[in-house]
Design a protein around this ligand. Structure first.
Ligand SMILES: Cc1ncc(COP(=O)(O)O)c(C=O)c1O
Length: 383
């Protein structure tokens, strides 16, 4: 289906992503970028976005799991791909065949992967994860630094594994109060790397996600692992490098009806018209990934003006009160993004969701085509 016949679409500005790439590169000196394109590139469409990033010079990608890595390979991505989550021994053969690097999360995990690779007569490429404070995957460093170093030495010597990198993922305590804890995590990772170096082990190192890349240059290491900063889904950082907003969600009015005062609107009904009203029916609902937490409280933009969303969000539709504006069937509705001077920022949606900015596009479902814009023109779409 073509973009201009689509009912609802997610519009992605490739120039904004290229600008974010340029800003990050300017900031990180000799380090390189690992582009985090998990969860379908935070909903922006991983195959298209990753191919575009390859064109502008990105050579390393991170995804959540082997399935996502394979999606990139099938899309023709040639660069390095790291799974940020672990793979299972039964997935080792596929990973090796497709030159995928995996996260190694523990001694047991390393031994299991190595044993499988040895059974296949191959070696598996991996980056070993250290836990500097998040209590998720990796060898815990706090209070057991020496044990973690010994385990790393053991893992590095397993014959089925080729450990090329070492990394951690910091929990980003809110600034300014979290600064001390953030720096403590950085110090723990650095100490582990230094102890390993003293024992003759040097790996490629990476630790910084967007916030740390932006705020703590001392942890840029060999690579920074950036998702939201690069994809423009995190545009309200109070400190450091800023990124450009790259994504908008649009729909269009399918019907406008004149409704008397006191009539119910949508399911429930939790809303009634307070006056004779013009109600616009818009083809976007929770099956498109619009969360019902915004119902009856958000306003969306039509023809440069915010209008209230009334009643519950249905599976495929929502209703707007367009009584006070000049609106007609076919007019574009901006859920988030810009229309004229009116802007609904991702952070505003995130607040209505009670979530993060990255979450807002990430939960948009595959039914909604992803439309790519470059130099102000349509250049492609996800389906
Ligand atoms: C392990 C890991 N690295 C990097 C990232 C990228 O984070 P951000 O989008 O903040 O750059 C994530 C995101 O959740 C992650 O889980």
């Amino acid at each position: 289906m073509e973009y201009n016949t689509s009912r609802t679409w997610l519009e992605i500005d490739l120039d904004a992503i290229a600008e974010n790439h340029r800003r990050i590169k300017a900031d990180i000196g000799q380090s390189e970028i690992i582009a985090v394109v998990k969860a379908d590139a935070y909903g922006l469409g991983a195959p298209y976005i990753s191919r575009f990033l390859e064109e502008i010079g990105v050579g390393f990608f991170a995804v959540a799991c082997l399935e996502e890595a394979m999606e990139l390979r099938h899309a023709g991505v040639k660069g390095e791909i790291l799974t940020l989550g672990p793979i299972l021994p039964m997935q080792v053969e596929t990973a090796i065949k497709n030159n995928i690097i995996t996260n190694i999360i523990s001694l047991d995990h390393a031994e299991a992967l190595s044993a499988e690779a040895v059974r296949l007569g191959k070696t598996m490429r991996g980056h070993l994860k250290l836990d500097a404070g998040m209590s998720r995957f990796g060898l815990i460093l706090e209070g057991r630094m020496d044990a973690a170093v010994e385990e790393t030495l053991h893992i590095a010597n397993l014959s089925g594994l080729q450990v090329e990198g070492i990394f951690t993922h910091y929990t980003d305590a809110d600034l300014p109060y979290g600064d001390t804890f953030n720096k403590h995590q950085i110090a723990l990772f650095d100490e582990a790397c230094e102890k390993l170096r003293a024992r003759g082990l040097t790996f490629k190192k990476h630790s910084a996600s967007s916030h740390f890349t932006s705020v703590y240059p001392q942890c840029h290491n060999d690579y920074v692992r950036v998702g939201s900063l690069l994809l423009g889904t995190d545009t309200d950082l109070p400190y450091g490098t800023q990124s450009v907003h790259a994504v908008q969600l649009k729909s269009r009015i399918y019907q406008i009806k004149e409704v008397d005062a006191g009539r119910p609107v949508s399911y429930g009904p939790i809303a009634h018209t307070l006056r004779p009203s013009r109600i616009a029916v818009v083809p976007i609902g929770y099956a498109d990934g619009l969360r019902r937490t915004i119902q009856n409280k958000a306003s969306l933009i039509v023809n440069g003006t915010f209008v209230p969303l009334i009643g519950k969000i249905c599976m495929d539709y929502l209703m707007l009160d367009v009584t006070d504006i000049d609106a007609k069937v076919g007019d574009v509705v901006t859920v988030f993004g810009r229309d004229g001077d009116a802007v609904q920022e991702l952070w505003q949606m995130a607040e209505l969701y009670g979530g993060t900015m990255g979450e807002v596009p990430t939960v948009i479902t595959p039914r909604v085509p992803r439309i790519y814009i470059k130099d102000g023109k349509y250049v492609g779409q996800s389906k």
